[in-house]
Design a protein around this ligand. Structure first.
Ligand code: 5GP
Length: 224
């Protein structure tokens, strides 16, 4: 009886018992460490979680859909968003610009809806600075750099030159693991997904996010 029903933990709860602000769930890793697969698994069957869709000046890869994977925009349009302070964070990665639109995030958090962000360490630092109370971050490490290289090559959507650039960026990315709240080594996908789910479940129950608790406990104790 003491806890909200399990379904409430993942759903949009806006009033009364169970009401809380949404959280910002940042997942970072080098490209190829399995972050996209883990994120997809996390979103499946969790109606209280949605993905933040970034804007980028990078051209779409085969199979990517505008508005679903990214909003693909040109340099001047990106500059306009920066000038209007419409981005929660933005960074340059591999000669392209990436940014998180601010308005959808603010609306989701206010409605008690959680959002997952696939952004790099530069973006994670900026979001933590802007939304420190809502912020939870997870870094996903590959089991080895050889394994990462193999995964990038197997993906084969990128040329060998791009794979080399991504490996260099991976080394830089990994060096920031200690700025994250949680770190997972993805040597077993099912276990990595279970770990990320467990982190999200626990963070949803954090006392400081559950603003409804005070009045609930007052009611329990008959002090109101
Ligand atoms: P990709 O081009 O492979 O989709 O992404 C390259 C890198 O950019 C990944 O590490 C990804 O996490 C990061 N990224 C994607 N969107 C954003 C964003 O909106 N902001 C920041 N800072 N990084 C992003």
């Amino acid at each position: 009886m003491g806890n909200p029903p399990a379904t409430e933990q993942g759903s949009t709860v806006t009033a009364g018992r169970g009401a809380r602000r949404g959280l910002v769930f940042v997942l970072s890793s080098p490209s190829g460490a399995g972050k996209t697969t883990i994120t997809r698994a996390l979103l499946e069957g969790d109606s209280g979680l949605s993905m933040s869709v970034s804007v980028t000046t990078r051209p779409p890869r085969e199979g990517e859909v505008d508005g679903r994977d990214y909003c693909f925009i040109d340099g001047p349009a990106f500059e306009r968003l920066v000038a209007e302070d419409a981005l929660l964070e933005h960074a340059r990665v591999f000669d392209h610009r990436y940014g998180t639109p601010r308005a959808p995030v603010e609306a989701a958090l206010a409605e008690g809806h959680d959002m997952v962000f696939d952004i790099d360490w530069q973006g994670a630092q900026q979001v933590r600075a802007r939304l420190p109370d809502d912020f939870v971050s997870v870094f996903i490490l590959p089991p080895s750099m050889t394994e990462l290289h193999d995964r990038l090559r197997r993906r084969a959507k990128d040329s060998e030159k791009v794979v080399i650039a991504r490996m260099a960026k991976a080394v830089d990315e990994v060096s920031h693991y200690d700025e994250y709240d949680y770190v997972i080594v993805n040597d077993d996908l099912a276990r990595a997904v279970a770990s990320v789910r467990a982190i999200l479940a626990a963070e949803r129950l954090r006392r400081t996010r559950q603003h409804w608790l005070r009045s609930f406990v007052d009611g329990l104790l008959g002090t109101r």
